[in-house]
Design a protein around this ligand. Structure first.
Ligand SMILES: [Zn+2]
Length: 555
């Protein structure tokens, strides 16, 4: 049964590539992994603790540190070793929201739905005041914005300020697919690798400097100037429109990460924001009453990655890693982004320990922090432990792969590894026995561009980062970075399958005689010129968030 299904799968998967399986697959261990992951899964109990007990887990917050401490304790209880919190410098205080009560009290009485923007202050008690509208000019220069705001000083003083016309969110007649078609996944896996071409090209010639005419401000510059204006002129609370349907709110952070540089700020669901805006448009007087309690945590300037290991044997100095980010945004408990990724990777390691295998290489689980602020935790870790292809530390050449998961609850459909075609072939063959669980192969990338999520911190360093291709389910449409990202959005069957597939692939890389093939020094793609860590990384498959006043966002 097992052998038959594997044989058929290998024929189908190998189709376009036409390779015979060369990898020696340990079918007995793979079968045990399947049994353990199917029958004794601990994913949901892990998820429950990470979300219901420790969520949200904003970087720098006490909750995130406590979640990491619990994860270590749990992994030790399962039999992993060497659990530790590895500090890195976040350089900003942590922040938490403890209370947010928002009401309209005139001309009607009702509760409002809103989320605080992170790293903004609270209201210092209950505040009651009138609401006013404020609109901004399109693509203003500094002078245009200054003139515009100067005329509004008296308007905002002592008021709740709604910033921007409500977005019109149209009814969706054609809902996006929750599952990807097999053919679509296979096409993607068989496409030419992304990234720079084989030959390293010369960087483009520098462009001639543009003439010095006033440039439009960036969104961040507009927000910064607007916040300074609202603070200086005594606005009570700034209110942004969430601009999404069905009460979804994405609340990120003020770009300064400094509560002294913004007024109390909330992102309000589009439905409530629109109602208030329309009442004001009728020339009715609208009164609101808010109570926001936010707290900053100076100790959060040091943040932590979590690691724990299954010790290797004859190749113990070589390491295979697997992980995902433990930090979340604060508007919900961060279940699909990314407590479930942590729960899946912890489960993959648990399965391996429970099946009693003795890996040759060390297997290390890593749960990152600071991902949402620009992959900061994984960047710090790679720099500290491995260096780069250009300036390697000794551990760089002992590194045998890093599996990362961060695309919500959808089951794993394929994997993308940074490396030469041979690396993709090995992964593809290792995954072939699991075609019945929905995983259809592997492909490679040559891109060292950082962004998206944490395996790109490894790719950037020239190390074999491995990203999961997953079914979308409701990630981009509902739960990604929203106030709806909770335990309830997890599809148990999908995440169990992902843990099984990843456990097997990790095991395979930990056992084979040679490490996963890597680019030679000559073949190594050039490292792209990086901007400073992007506050607004875009997701790999889902749509990027619009650059609205909901703040900035990572993945
Ligand atoms: Zn994420």
């Amino acid at each position: 049964m097992r052998k038959a299904s594997y044989f058929i799968a290998a024929l189908v998967i190998g189709g376009a590539v036409a390779v015979a399986a060369q990898e020696r697959i340990d079918q007995d261990v793979f079968w045990k992994i399947r049994q353990e992951g199917t029958n004794n899964s601990k994913i949901l109990s892990t998820l429950h603790v990470l979300t219901d007990v420790y969520g949200p887990r904003l970087t720098g917050s006490p909750n995130l540190k406590a979640a990491g401490e619990w994860a270590i304790e749990q992994m030790h209880a399962w039999g992993l070793k060497e659990g530790r919190l590895e500090p890195w410098d976040f350089a900003r205080s942590g922040w938490t929201n403890e209370r947010l009560a928002a009401h309209i009290v005139s001309p009607v009485k009702d509760a409002l739905v809103a989320e605080a923007l992170a790293w903004t202050p609270g209201t210092d008690g209950i505040v009651r005041a009138q609401a006013v509208q404020l609109t901004l000019p399109q693509r203003p220069t500094r002078d245009v914005l200054t003139t515009h705001l100067d005329a509004l000083k008296d308007v905002v003083k002592g008021k709740f300020v709604l910033v921007g016309v409500p977005q019109t969110v149209l009814v969706t007649f054609n809902a996006p697919a929750l599952r990807r078609e097999d053919a679509d996944v296979v096409t993607q896996l068989n496409a030419a690798p992304a990234g720079p071409p084989q030959q390293n090209q010369q960087p483009p010639a520098p462009q001639a400097p543009k003439p010095a005419e006033p440039q439009p401000l960036t969104n961040n510059q507009i927000q910064e100037q607007l916040n300074q204006f609202l603070l200086a002129n005594g606005a009570v609370v700034r209110i942004n429109d969430a601009g999404r349907d069905h009460g979804q709110i994405r609340a990120f952070n003020n770009a300064a990460y400094d509560v002294a540089k913004a007024p109390p700020t909330v992102v309000m669901r589009n439905e409530d924001y629109g109602r208030i805006w329309r009442l004001l448009a009728d020339k009715r007087s609208v009164e609101l009453e808010f109570d926001i309690v936010n707290r900053t945590h100076p100790e959060g300037r040091t943040s932590y990655n979590v690691t724990a290991e299954i010790p290797g044997s004859d190749k113990a100095d070589e390491v295979v890693m697997l992980g995902g980010h433990l930090d979340s945004w604060h508007a919900a408990t961060g279940a699909t982004d990314n407590a479930i990724g942590c729960a899946v990777m912890m489960e993959a390691a648990r399965i391996l320990v429970a099946t009693g295998v003795h890996p040759r290489r060390t297997i290390r689980v890593a749960l990152w922090s600071g991902e949402e602020q620009g992959l900061l935790g994984s960047q710090a870790y790679v720099k500290e432990h491995f260096g780069t292809a250009e300036e390697p530390k000794p551990a760089h050449e002992k590194f045998a792969g890093y599996f990362n998961i961060d695309n919500g609850t959808g089951r794993t459909r394929g994997m993308t590894v940074f490396g030469p075609p041979a690396a993709g072939t090995i992964l593809r063959e290792a995954l072939a026995p699991f075609a019945d669980l929905g995983v259809l192969g592997a492909t490679t990338t040559r891109s060292r561009q950082r962004g998206g999520t944490d395996h790109t911190s490894f790719n950037e360093a020239g190390l074999p980062g491995i990203g999961m291709l997953q079914d979308p389910i409701q990630y981009a449409t509902y739960s990604w970075h929203t106030n709806l990202d909770t335990y309830e959005r997890i599809v148990e069957d999908d995440v169990k399958k992902s843990a099984i597939v990843i456990a097997a692939a990790v095991y395979h890389l930990a056992m084979r005689d040679e490490q996963l093939p890597r680019f030679s020094k000559e073949e190594m793609p050039r490292r792209p010129q990086q901007q400073p860590p992007p506050p607004a990384a875009t997701p790999a498959q889902p749509q990027a968030p619009p650059t609205t006043a909901t703040g900035t966002a990572g993945r």
